[in-house]
Design a protein around this ligand. Sequence first.
Ligand code: ADP
Ligand code: MG
Length: 701
Amino acid sequence: MRPLYLNQLFASLLGIKGVGPKMSQTFSKLLRGDALLEARRIDLLLHMPHSLIDRSLQPGIAHAPDGGIVTVKVTIDKHMPPPRHNRRVPYRILCHDETDSLTLIFFHAKGGYLERQMPVGEVRYVSGRLERYNGEAQIAHPDHVVSEEDFASLPLIEPVYPLTAGLSSKVVHKTMQVALDDLPVIGEWQDKAWLDKHGWAGFSECLQRVHNPLEVKDVEPIAPARLRLAYDECLASQLALSLVRNSIKKEAGIARRWSGKLAKALTAALPFALTQSQLNSIADIEKDLASPERMLRLVQGDVGSGKTMVALFAAIAVIESGSQTAIMAPTELLARQHLQSIKPLCDAIGVRVTTLTGKDSAGDKKAKLKALKEGDIDLLIGTHALFQGTVEFADLGLAIVDEQHRFGVHQRLMLSSKGQATDLLVMTATPIPRTLVLTYFGDMDVSLLTEKPAGRKPIATRTMSLDRFDELVSGIGRAVQNGAKVYWVCPLVEESDVLDVTSAEDRFASLKNIFGSHVALVHGRMTPDEKKQAMDNFKDGEAQILVATTVIEVGVDVPDATIIVIEHAERFGLAQLHQLRGRVGRGDKASSCILLFKGPLGEVSKARLSIMRETEDGFRIAEEDLRLRGEGDLLGTKQSGMPGFRIAQMEFHQELMEAARDDARLITEKDPGLQSPRGKALRDLLYLFGRDEAILLLKAG
Ligand code: ADP
Ligand code: MG
């Protein structure tokens, strides 16, 4: 149970002066991303300012930096209300100081209010983001407009927060002060020596400092108070992961024993030699399997690095030791594809494999479930959904989760409860940056596949404007005549006027006009049967062009496809483009990737596409993606942060996350039940940062 003294922090904002039911919902939207989730005081307190108003800085309109937040002292000259019945034209107020003129802009404004607030001829202090359009200085919706008397009573420095429609900086500020005034006394969960080393103050003191900054530096992500809070957040998440790790590991695993005869047979049956990376990963896994602890391992590898083979070697080790293995794919299409590539090998070495999908007839399904329960199936391939139901194994020894990086801690725990001592192997679809690995897989051990199988040719990547569509089509025509197989990827299924995206269906129709029956279509709205039909057509070579949505993103394997066209490449994330591009270059023939874009491109889009041209190294692409997204977000109003984190930001706090991981592992080693005084305080930390699910694990044990 949450300690009573924390209740105050989990009280609703509703009821604080100025926060009625409507305002409370607006806060919910801002703080919890959902109007239906109650906004609590702790959510507000952890809402960080992104900049500040520095009233000591009054450069004058002419000298104000473009896009910066400034305070100017102006004389009001003229009100220009919008024409009647035209709400789209903003209300404008012209004013000036001794350096230049300035226009204040208000959309959907109430004229009467503005006239009272800013009478013509009066002097006002205006604070807000100043921008120039055609040389004309403007501030849209100033954060503050105050008279000279009122200005004197305002703090010189005031934080500015990310907002949402219907919420003003002023209301956030006032509500924040109430929450700060009512802060309960909270124990210290950080190590004293660590705090001293960094010169960090206590949690409450840091909150005060961040929300009532004394100097400009205080709102920077690297200000000491911010660092402390970011570290708290990192530690909460890492501690939760570490508790999960402990609870999975501590249920004794099985020290598996096997002779390696299946691995020998499989190696002999393979038409290629394993890469050194594959061998290393398999060795890591075999060591885990042989140890009495449960395995919790993540295999990270680039597209085409051969993760499936690593999975298969892991599976057969467990199977030879007398247990079963399950492989979970994200879609049925992929489950079937895994079966297709794995089955001949399994047949060759006497491993009994099958899939369980939604497509099985009731009779088939029943027979398979029975065989599974009686141990007559060694390896089962399916989707996640299947493992959430009533599937019973005779003895599930290993669960492999393929191509799914959104497989949360929750699912990990649930899965590990399917079998007595089930080992867990997770494979990510794409390389992800180091910090993210820590953030989401901090509880797991990691093996990296850094090499690609020998003989892979580089993929020639080009960018091309949509204007040159005809040229592209004739090029594709020539390639198809020479026998090439082409993926053609479109971003959306249905036509959307707003986004001006060519839908896969439209593109399919237009390409069919040109290439006739050589074209097939696959997208997410099709039934599994229709998808399979289309994929088979493409695989068997009847269709040489496969128009697809991103359903082909993960795992689809047609080794003799050599060209991929990605339409509206500028709309995709880098990691996604990389993943898509990895659909070609799988055989020994030279391949190419054409990134079709619709100009004009912004700076960030340009940079992204050029990285795609420069490199095929997925690990590098992942890091760049993160960097560019960070910058992209900085341009907007949204703060760049990691999903699920409110304070910690990758660009600034990566090292904190790493330190937190080590700290968390040490804590759970020394005090696995969080019983010591520090342990008790750490439970508070978990509550405050919403990681308290992990506390339930402590009770169970
Ligand atoms: P991914 O890591 O993207 O899941 P896959 O496991 O699907 O990659 O492997 C991609 C392709 O490479 C498959 O056709 C697979 O048979 C082949 N492959 C795997 N390992 C090797 C290897 N060591 N040498 C050559 N080809 C390999
Ligand atoms: Mg794969």
